[in-house]
Design a protein around this ligand. Structure first.
Ligand SMILES: Nc1ncnc2c1ncn2[C@@H]1O[C@H](COP(=O)(O)OP(=O)(O)OP(=O)(O)O)[C@@H](O)[C@H]1O
Ligand code: SF4
Ligand SMILES: [Mg+2]
Length: 381
């Protein structure tokens, strides 16, 4: 059995926009040639600025959007052209957790119905009583109580709603779960609880997780490997440790330099980016990052860099000059204390403290810990 559960090869999604009376037609290259491997059992993070194509990529991987070009393999099988029943069967194996727990749950369905629905679709052989028990079990696993089944989404806090979304995603017993910013709509302390819940569930359910996030604190705590996206393309991949310790692509360096030095990290020098992010409807020639890259050379505007090995641990970077840049800036990444943005520093510290508190909790069972957390959330409302 291959250790790759999900593979994308040359994946593209181009949206045609405009073309009406007042707007010129243009093509938005939201995802533009993404190749990646997700390994069985890992947490794989996709990070990048707003609009770089993360959600589009996630939807392509789930086959919620038709690709313009490219191929997707799930568990060694080409799923690029699956239709009808085959696609429905695939949905059982791959589930999605949405960013917004307020709009992603049908407000007219009770929590019990919301969690029972995927059971009915994917496990139709299950009897009524068995399904009711399974709903209660799933609610317990995500830290809700059986009596919550009779309530409606508006009666819950954001964190609790996200737990309902997670219970719904788990109902079909998926092997892969993709979360598109699953915690970014929540308060930091609730985020930490949901992040830990997902982490525990991943082990318990023997799942693979793909997490989309723009928050580097979340990624550092959750993920085994990271892919960094810029304007529809992946510019760097590697283990989370490698990426945070020695980013090789100048864009990754800039992303990391916007956060404070992590508790156990080294001091680094700050790398500021100039200019706006260009539009994916009109991406720059050559290296797409050349209009903002502090290290750009003349030929960067002409030559397209391929992702190529950038370290012994499987790190890859799409930069012609990463070797020279790394030699110049061995400490690239997060800034020294006096240059940290106070807001980011406070946020990172809060997050680490929240995670530490959870890790110190005496309960070992997912249920026990999670139930306590929900109680705290309820108390806070
Ligand atoms: N249906 C669509 N039609 C036209 N353009 C789209 C469509 N969906 C996304 N886009 C565009 O594609 C680009 C990538 O969007 P996407 O939502 O994938 O980015 P993202 O990285 O998830 O951003 P965010 O962090 O803000 O969620 C953006 O320029 C967006 O405006
Ligand atoms: S290829 Fe050139 S422009 Fe692109 S990241 Fe490397 S140095 Fe910068
Ligand atoms: Mg998005």
């Amino acid at each position: 059995m291959s250790d790759v559960i999900l593979r994308a090869t040359g994946l593209r999604k181009h949206f045609r926009t405009g073309g009406g009376m007042f707007a010129r037609q243009s093509t938005v290259r939201a995802v533009d040639g993404v190749t990646l491997d997700v390994r069985r059992g890992e947490t794989f993070a996709i990070v990048g600025e707003s609009g770089c194509g993360k959600s589009t990529l996630a939807r392509l991987l789930m086959r919620l959007l038709e690709p313009t070009d490219g191929r997707i393999d799930f568990d060694g099988r080409d799923i690029s052209d699956l239709k009808g029943r085959d696609l429905r069967d695939l949905r059982r194996e791959m589930q999605f957790i949405f960013q917004d727990p307020f709009s992603s749950l049908n407000p007219r369905m009770s929590v019990g119905r919301l969690v029972a629905e995927p059971l009915e679709t994917h496990h139709p052989q299950m009897g009524r009583e068995e399904r009711r028990e399974e709903v209660a079990r799933l609610l317990g696993i995500v830290g809700l109580r059986p009596e919550h089944a009779d309530r409606y989404p508006h009666e819950f806090s954001g964190g609790q709603r996200q737990r309902i979304g997670i219970a719904r995603a788990l109902a079909s017993r998926p092997r892969l779960v993709i979360g598109d910013e699953p915690v970014s709509a929540l308060d930091v302390s609730v985020q930490a609880q949901v992040v830990n819940l997902l982490h525990d569930l991943k082990a318990e359910f023997d799942m693979t997780l793909v997490i989309i996030a723009h928050d580097l604190a979340v990624i550092r705590h959750m993920s085994d490997r990271v892919a960094v996206m810029y304007l529809g393309q992946i510019v760097e991949t590697g283990t989370t440790d490698d990426i945070f310790a020695h980013p090789r692509h100048p864009y990754t360096m800039a992303l990391l330099s916007a956060i404070p030095e992590p508790v156990h990290g080294r001091a680094r020098t700050r790398l500021a980016l100039s200019g706006e992010t260009p539009s994916p409807a009109n991406p720059p020639s050559g290296c797409r990052f050349h209009t903002r890259c502090p290290f750009a050379r003349e030929d960067c505007a002409q030559r397209v860099p391929e992702l190529r090995p950038a370290g012994p641990g499987g790190q890859h970077a799409a930069c012609h000059y990463w070797e020279e840049i790394a030699a110049e800036r061995p400490d690239a990444g997060t800034p020294p204390a006096h240059e940290r943005k106070p807001q980011a520093a406070a946020r990172f510290a809060l997050y680490e403290a929240a995670i530490d508190r959870l890790n110190d909790r005496p309960e070992t069972a997912v249920n026990a810990g999670a139930n306590d957390m929900t109680q705290q959330e309820e108390d806070r409302r």
